[in-house]
Design a protein around this ligand. Structure first.
Ligand code: 13P
Length: 249
């Protein structure tokens, strides 16, 4: 039985005040989220603050990105060991916004995945197709290519210790959610592809769905066989909305 994981990706949002409020709202209601594992991924600069606020709670901390380098002359980067030092457990890699807006390709994403693992962080590897790719009928090819880059660099075993997030680009921040069946189809494809390489890894790996998940649609998505939770953008910025999704897990 895979544990359900609900992770909030706060993206480029928040201030000292709003983040303190958000965390205290989440902590106030976290007691009735049962066995669901919960994580939040603040912008880098707020990680020390959030790390302190989360002390002693079940809410884990993650970063939204990680450098492919561990240290050195790489201006502007934040490394895995730094994130680990501030209590991060997870690091998102290959989010579609990084891929599309900052030209991070499959190979670079794979190196970030490797860097996260070197530091003892659990990578949350994002994969997903654009609307154009879906309409061309190449969703599975795109997702397979994104996975293969990581498997080639790190091996199939590494996927077993990671989290995968399927985030169709057309459903991110658009209010358009993949239907539970549409999402399940891609999740089943991912698990089936992994099973072809290593049955144990396929059985173990958590595959999250991301893209306009809300309190109102989370339960039906999480009820699907191969959907093990969610990576939440907009709805993770409001404590009650985020908690409703956690409870759906
Ligand atoms: P939304 O939930 O705002 O669609 O964002 C999803 C996402 O990109 C999470 O990483």
């Amino acid at each position: 039985m895979r544990q359900t994981l609900v992770a909030g990706n706060w993206k480029l949002n928040g201030s000292l005040d709003s983040i303190k409020q958000l965390v205290s709202g989440i902590l106030a209601g976290i007691g009735d989220t049962g066995d669901t594992a919960v994580a939040v991924c603040p912008p880098f600069v707020y990680i020390p603050l959030v790390s302190e606020l989360l002390q002693g709670s079940k809410v884990a901390l993650g970063s939204q990105d990680v450098s492919d380098q561990d240290s050195g002359a790489f201006t502007g980067e934040v490394s895995g060991p730094m994130l680990k030092e501030f209590g991060c457990r997870y690091a998102i890699v290959g989010h579609s916004e990084r891929r599309a807006l900052y030209a991070e390709d499959d190979e670079f994403t794979a190196r970030k995945f490797a860097a996260a693992r070197r530091a003892g962080l659990t990578p949350i590897l994002c994969v997903g197709e654009t609307l154009e790719e879906r309409e061309q009928g190449i969703t599975e090819d795109v997702v397979a290519r994104q996975l293969d880059a990581v498997i080639e660099l790190e091996g199939i075993g590494a996927i077993g210790d990671a989290v995968i997030a399927y985030e169709p680009v057309w459903a991110i921040g658009t209010g358009k959610t993949a239907s539970p069946q549409q999402a399940q189809d891609v999740h089943a494809f991912i698990r089936g592809k992994l099973a072809g390489l290593d049955g144990g890894v396929a059985e173990k790996v958590q595959i999250l769905y991301g893209g306009s998940v809300k309190g109102s649609n989370a339960a039906e998505l999480f009820a699907m066989e191969d959907i093990d939770g969610g990576l939440i953008g907009g709805a993770s910025l409001v404590a009650d909305d985020f908690l409703a999704i956690c409870r759906a897990g």
